[in-house]
Design a protein around this ligand. Structure first.
Ligand code: 3PG
Length: 395
């Protein structure tokens, strides 16, 4: 159920689970994306006369009140984004929260303090879920990016009062469905990042669902080494060689083509702008490490993308934060954007590093969809059930 099913929210107290877990440095919010993407739900509810009660976690205070992890600064940021006042309550449940809710008039917005100041949040304690439910008539979950957590404010409360998906939640689920649920084929997935061990479930699930799986980043070194190539000083996981070979066999059995790098950009040191050279994968010098995939590999990826209808992207192809090892990631990102314009390629990206890499390449706006989620995006791609989403579906 979405906000379309919430017939007349006027006068109703609506508890909205947001994800205001924003990046903050020295007390300053460094990226407003999650606030901007929350605005449509809050504005719609407020315009329709609902009494909007926002709750969220922020950081990991582990059940204690940690003043530096207060959500108070987010109330000001939200107020600016909404262009209307946002009240703040120093607790997310109990007399303080109840009094603040009682003061709300139709259309007004209140933000509650960090749900993780209560130990019951992460334990999904029914008492905390009850206390949250007591504040409201209905519940709206707009925190797709926290939906992989079975917590009181994401899962417990959804079972206690009528629950709906907010606009951002709805948008994320539709985009992911277009990517893997019911995608236009052929589907190419690009998976990068440093470790095979953290992406085993992802590689397994994708190789069953997509037509071509491109493996880049340092995790490609593990696959190359498992195939018998010498990878010199490159980052790799020697203990994962058997697993890597098994992934390749499973993919072949599932008719998924795996594209590994054919050439690599290597350097003796990992630092900005060191001496580099481009070598074939069977010619990595012993004293050098691979830090990006090479131009032939980029061309091979682009060839696959030209034949594809859908792309799912998680993880950069090289050490993109340190130039020139952003070259392949930027080149492929720009091709994706161009193919979106010229050939209608649908492109869906997500996960912490991927979002920064796409932004670095200047193509975030030109992707079909960039998820606001990190861990939740990954778990969804792994084929896992997200408790926050499941709770909406069954109640
Ligand atoms: C995120 O930023 O990925 C979510 O807000 C979840 O945060 P968590 O990893 O602290 O649960």
């Amino acid at each position: 159920r979405t906000l379309d099913d919430l017939a007349d929210p006027r006068g109703k107290r609506v508890l909205v689970r947001a994800d205001l877990n924003l990046p903050v440095r020295d007390g300053v919010i460094t990226d407003m994306t999650r606030i901007e993407r929350l605005v449509p739900t809050v504005r719609e509810l407020s315009d329709k006369g609902a009494r909007v009660i926002l709750c969220s976690h922020f950081d990991r205070p582990k059940g204690k009140v940690v003043p530096s992890m207060s959500l108070r600064p987010m109330a000001d940021a939200l107020s600016k984004a909404l262009n209307k006042p946002v009240a703040f309550a120093d607790d997310c449940v109990g007399p303080v929260a109840e009094a603040a809710v009682a003061k709300l008039s139709d259309g007004e917005v209140l933000l509650l303090e960090n749900t993780r100041f209560h130990a019951g949040e992460e334990k999904n304690d029914p008492a905390l879920a009850q206390a949250l439910a007591k504040l409201a008539d209905v519940y709206v979950n707009d925190a797709f990016s926290a939906a992989h957590r079975a917590h009181a404010s994401t899962e417990g409360v959804a079972k206690l009062i009528p629950a709906y998906a907010g606009r951002l939640m709805q948008e994320e689920l539709q985009a992911l469905d277009a990517a893997l649920g019911n995608p236009a084929r052929p589907v190419v997935a690009i998976v990068g990042g440093s470790k095979v061990s953290t992406k085993l479930d992802l590689l397994g699930n994708l190789s069953r669902k997509v037509d071509v799986l491109v493996i880049g980043g340092a995790m490609a070194n593990t696959f190359l080494a498992a195939q018998g190539h010498s990878v010199g000083k490159s980052l790799q996981e020697a203990e994962m060689h058997d697993t890597a070979r098994q992934i390749l066999r499973d993919a072949a059995a599932a008719n998924c083509e795996i594209l590994l790098p054919s050439d690599l950009v290597v350097s003796p040191r990992f630092e900005a702008n060191p001496p580099t050279k481009t070598v074939r994968v069977d010619a990595v010098p012993d004293d050098m490490m691979a830090l990006d995939v090479g131009p032939d590999t980029v061309e091979a990826i682009e060839g696959k993308l030209r034949q594809a209808s859908t792309l799912v992207w998680n993880g950069p192809l090289g050490a993109f934060e340190t130039p020139p090892f952003d070259t392949a990631t930027v080149a492929v990102a720009q091709s994706v954007a161009a193919l979106g314009d010229s050939a209608g390629l649908k492109s869906i990206g997500g996960g912490g590093d991927t979002v920064s890499a796409l932004r670095h390449a200047g193509v975030s706006e030109r992707m079909t969809y960039v998820s606001s989620a990190g861990g939740a995006f990954l778990e969804w791609l792994e084929g896992k059930t997200l408790p926050g989403v499941a709770a909406l579906e069954t109640h």
